[in-house]
Design a protein around this ligand. Structure first.
Ligand SMILES: Nc1nc2c(c(=O)[nH]1)N[C@H]1C(S)=C(S)[C@@H](COP(=O)(O)O)O[C@H]1N2
Ligand SMILES: [Mo]
Length: 433
């Protein structure tokens, strides 16, 4: 699979932003002036909207029978406390739950990021509806080109091991380590996971649906409830993908780690956009607009952009996920004094494989970690380091990685108002007894 093309996205976004600001594009459900106003006057609301505000959603998505599950928990699967930490409608994986696991994250402990709730969809009734000016004959939303699940399963399948990470992963360390709290879901480092995704290439389906050369953007949207925040209904969760990326390595996945996609991860079908921030990988995809004109949604204009005095007006697009490292240890894990401990962890970067990892247990005693060979060039890199805790007490473990492009973890992550892309070295406390 080819590597994500972030420079393309940055360029694409700069171009789209100019068009958007010039009024050349529309953003269904929210008018451009409304969005601009939101942006100008509701910075705080926007921030809260991103990933924090508790959202009261009572409406069911069209075509979904809420049944008895309407008032059910936002997440369908069990969330045992030894595997997850709950964060409103979301759940982050506990890193000690990865101790001794293989390259992928088992489905029972994969993190969940829900803007509202996991919908219970009927796979037999499910259809993928493609429409828009980028398809031959310009099928409309109400008279779309349709595929059902067996259609998709009948097409050539591919399986890719890909990492999905929330752009806000690590956000709590802006507050905890840098005294710079950011609004939004207070993820530790558990808003990330790697799985084997099996499905059909979006490319294949777009071509069957009558893709034309005029298409520039593709916007999948979810069948989960519309997202209401700050009193504004922003509609279904959706974010455009430029056609170049859509035709490159994007999957319509119906299996995760060899099982049908679990309800929380997009059953029956989700989009998987390797390398791009998690919001690109739309779950419970029901429709895909294919457009000959640029598309916008609140998820690429108001959220998931870098806003701060150091970034351009309108914010910078979120491109590659940043470099991060995590120990497969509980926060405040207890370790025995005087004996060798094998520390394990993982590092990853949106820009490419990890080249090198160093660990430290003290002030300035960085030494190289051993990379697990099987992961070389993979979605993330497991590593180990031997440590003999010298004495009982409180110790701080740190790990820092460098990817093949030379991107490395700084001691302090760069500020941005919405707390995205934390990449600082995390100080992991352990107790030696
Ligand atoms: N329809 C829909 N798709 C969605 C979301 C959502 O709330 N609704 N959340 C997005 C975000 S912000 C992330 S980080 C990923 C998380 O995928 P996961 O829940 O399978 O881990 O899904 C993305 N796709
Ligand atoms: Mo996310």
């Amino acid at each position: 699979m080819s590597r994500p093309q972030f420079p393309d996205e940055v360029e694409h976004d700069a171009h789209r932003t100019r068009q958007w600001l010039a009024g050349e594009a529309r953003c269904d459900g929210v008018s451009r002036p409304e969005l601009l106003e939101l942006g100008a006057s509701m910075a705080a609301v926007t921030a809260a909207a991103e990933e924090r505000e508790p959202v009261a959603v009572t409406r069911a998505p069209v075509g979904v029978d809420p049944g008895a599950g309407a008032a059910a928990a936002p997440i369908a699967k069990p969330l045992p406390p030894q595997l997850f930490r709950r964060l409103d409608t979301n759940a982050e994986m506990r890193w000690d739950a990865m101790a001794g696991q293989g390259h992928v994250v088992p489905n029972d402990r994969f993190f969940v990021r829900n803007h509202t709730v996991t919908p219970r969809l009927d796979a037999d009734a499910w259809r993928l509806r493609l429409f828009g000016t980028g398809l031959r004959g310009t099928p409309t939303r109400h008279d779309p080109v349709e595929f059902d699940l067996s259609d998709l399963r009948g097409l050539p399948a591919e399986e890719h091991t890909a990492l999905i990470e929330c752009a806000g992963n690590g956000r709590r360390y802006f507050a905890e380590q840098q005294d710079d709290p950011a609004p939004g879901v207070a993820w530790g480092l558990g808003g990330v996971g790697v799985a084997r995704w099996r499905g059909v290439r979006l490319d294949t389906v777009l071509r069957l649906a009558g893709l034309t050369d005029a298409a520039v953007d593709v916007m999948p949207e979810g069948l989960d409830p519309e997202y209401v925040t700050g009193g504004v209904n922003l509609g279904r969760v959706r974010r455009p993908i430029p056609i170049g990326k859509a035709l490159d390595d994007v999957l319509l996945a119906y299996e995760m780690n060899g099982e049908p996609l679990p309800a929380d991860h997009g059953y029956p079908v989700r989009v998987v956009v390797p390398g791009w921030i998690g919001i690109s990988s739309i779950k419970w995809v029901g429709a895909v607009e294919v457009s000959a004109t640029p598309l916008f949604s609140p998820w690429n204009t108001q959220f998931y952009r870098m806003f701060s005095s150091g970034h351009p007006t309108g914010g910078g697009v979120l491109a590659a996920q940043s470099v991060k490292s995590a120990f497969e240890l509980a926060w405040n894990a207890r370790l025995p004094a005087g004996t060798e401990v094998l520390l394990r962890g993982r590092s990853w970067s949106g820009q490419g494989p990890i080249a090198r990892v160093e660990v430290s247990a003290g002030e300035d005693d960085w030494r190289p970690a051993e990379l697990v060979d099987a992961d070389r060039g993979g979605a993330w890199q497991r590593w180990t380091a031997v440590w003999r805790p010298p004495a009982p007490g409180r110790w701080t473990l740190r790990a820092r990685a460098t990817d093949v492009t030379g991107a490395a973890q700084p001691d302090v992550a760069g500020h941005n108002d919405l707390g995205y892309l934390f990449d600082g070295v995390v100080r992991h406390p352990v107790t030696v007894a």
